[in-house]
Design a protein around this ligand. Structure first.
Ligand code: ASP
Length: 579
């Protein structure tokens, strides 16, 4: 070892010892005949002290060191006169007796500090420098701890990790495949997996019983904020289980992760049906850190000559506790928010519930005290509250109210990223009608089984069939999803047919799976968690980029290595791609 200790290790008990440390020069402070340097490594920062009176030569040498130079220093641990309680090593400093310069550094293009002056682009280009900064490093450490906690849990429960191939044939999970040309099979292509879905199911047919893999998946989606073309899943599958078994095993896993990584007890995780989630929150991934569930005024607010309501299919409200404190100006700003094109509400109606119990709405012309008191009663409003109302076409207005609910919660400070609330959402529709292609799509994927009690509707009313599937959401973000699978060839064939595959197409793409189902497939089901998203939530950051060591930008580019890039003629020729 080139060092005796790390830069995060020395304490007051080490006083008087001679030590050797290695690291990067973070910062320097000069005071006349004295200089102090911060020496940094992954573990922390240790102060180096130089004094002209005790060692003028070494002070001179030190003053030639610039930021981010890599050095090895030897010296004696001394008690600091000016202690720094914010630093684990803040009680001590090193009186340096020898400096060995290990490497020089150019001046970094941005400061390597917790608060840096570098913009996003330059930090991505020099990601190896950005990774030196504490906030970035801490998130990668958290990612490692999360990974470790997940493995501990699954290993203890007899799951085994099996690696599945990256060069495969396309699996339809709703996104486009990335493809890789085959040099040896000219004109043919591999696809990179959108998930190991079919392989993990085959492992169940093979009798492996409990599988997991922390695995890269690839989806060639259009550029959307906070999407990465490659991302990591905690991918799991189990045999001889029903939905509640999966829910209980993976609830245990997520609770352990939050305890290990954040010392946070998520408590029992509620299970909500898709219909209830939509009805109460207008979202299939509701944020349960706060209430403000939807109240329906359709029955009480129609027929009072207020044309906007009379023409609306649905009138929905939320009651904002203590919301009467919002000023007129603030309410106007909220109205502007829901009227933005991204949300598209035509307008917002409100009703104040004053401290004396009187009600004051923005549509007093149409609704008298009695009418408004019906609103207040439906919404269970208390003095000091505020009722916000949107109306319109049912599914549109639910989406808009979901946005409004989240926005108001944000304004009221109810979306604290240090608070965590998880839920399971179950009983999703199995199929989703697509107007454009005039056919059904699998809401989850084609291998998801229908709820046993709904299976008889597959022929008569497929749109009504619910899936034996489950999603987990935390703080309003989807973190995982899975299903109990079809394990019978006939049902799988029927499913493909419903999804518009011809027999030939189904056979061509999934013959291997349907064949496997003829050799003793056990009942099985599984789930996959978005590992990046989970780490982002655990770190309290909005962006999965923050928890990925070498992320791509939102154009799918790696700015550091400059990828994707063109291939030279020779490579293209070999792949049969030139012309
Ligand atoms: N393969 C699915 C996905 O990536 C998860 C699952 O059904 O297990 O979403």
């Amino acid at each position: 070892m080139l060092r005796s200790h790390t830069c995060g290790e020395l304490r007051i008990e080490d006083q008087g010892t001679e030590v050797t440390l290695c690291g990067w020069i973070q910062r320097r402070r000069d005071f006349g005949s004295m200089s102090f340097f911060d020496l940094r490594d992954r573990y922390g920062i240790t102060q180096l002290a130089f004094n002209e009176e005790t060692n003028a030569v070494i002070l001179d040498e030190a003053r030639s060191l610039a930021r981010e130079f890599v050095v090895q220093i030897t010296g004696i641990v001394r008690e600091r006169s000016n202690k720094n309680p914010n630093l684990s090593t803040g009680d001590v400093e090193i009186e340096v007796t020898r400096i060995h310069l290990l490497n020089r550094a150019l001046t970094p293009p941005f400061t390597i500090e917790d608060e840096t002056d570098g913009g996003e682009e330059i930090r991505m280009k020099y990601r190896y420098l950005d990774l030196r900064r504490n906030p970035v490093k801490n998130r990668l450490v958290l990612r490692h701890q999360t990974n470790k906690s997940v493995r501990e849990y699954l290993n203890a429960k007899e799951f085994i990790e099996v690696e599945t191939p990256y060069l495969i044939k396309s699996t339809p999970e709703g996104a486009r495949d990335f493809v890789v040309p085959s040099r040896l099979n000219e004109g043919q292509y591999y696809a990179l997996p959108q998930s190991p879905q079919t392989f993990k199911q085959l492992l169940m047919v093979s009798g492996y019983d409990r599988y997991y893999q922390i695995v890269k998946c690839f989806r060639d989606e259009d550029f959307r904020a906070d999407r990465q073309p490659e991302f990591t899943q905690i991918d799991c599958e189990m045999s001889f289980v029903e939905r509640d078994d999966i829910i209980s095993v993976f609830e245990g896993m997520i609770r352990k992760v939050f305890l290990d990584v954040r010392q946070y007890d998520l408590g029992e995780i509620p299970v909500i049906s898709y219909d209830d989630a939509m009805r109460l929150y207008g979202s299939d991934k509701p944020d349960l850190r706060f209430g403000m569930t939807f109240c329906y005024l359709t029955d009480v607010a129609k027929g009072k000559d207020f044309a906007i309501f009379d023409q609306a299919e649905t009138i929905v409200a939320i009651n904002v506790t203590d919301g009467n404190a919002f000023t007129r100006k603030e309410l106007d700003a909220i109205t502007d928010y829901v009227k933005r094109p991204q949300i598209g509400a035509k307008g917002m109606i409100y009703c104040r519930v004053n401290e004396d119990g009187s009600l004051k709405s923005s549509v007093d012309k149409f609704f008298d005290r009695e009418a408004l008191s019906q609103w207040a009663s439906v919404c269970a409003s208390q003095p000091g509250d505020l009722i916000l109302v949107l109306s319109g076409d049912h599914s549109t207005v639910l989406k808009q109210m979901n946005e409004l609910r989240l926005h108001v919660a944000g304004l009221k400070g109810l979306r604290n990223p240090e608070n965590f609330k998880a839920c399971w959402v179950v009983d999703f529709p199995l199929l989703e009608w697509d107007e454009e292609s005039k056919r059904f799509h699998a809401m989850h994927h084609p291998f998801t089984s229908p709820l046993p009690e709904d299976e008889n509707m597959l022929d008569s009313d497929p749109g009504k069939v619910r899936a034996n599937a489950y999603d987990m959401a935390i703080n309003g973000m989807e973190v995982g999803g899975g299903s109990i699978r079809i394990y019978n060839k006939e049902l799988q064939a029927k499913m493909f047919k419903l999804l518009g595959f011809t027999d030939e197409e189904a056979k061509e793409q999934f013959g291997f799976l349907m064949n496997a189902f003829e050799y003793g497939a056990p009942p099985h089901g599984g789930i996959a968690f978005g590992f990046d998203r989970l780490c982002a939530i655990l770190s309290g950051t909005d962006s999965i980029r923050d928890v990925i060591a070498f992320p791509k930008n939102n154009m799918g580019r790696d700015l550091m290595i400059d990828a994707p890039s063109v291939l030279n003629k020779h490579q293209l020729n070999e792949l049969g791609l030139s012309n």
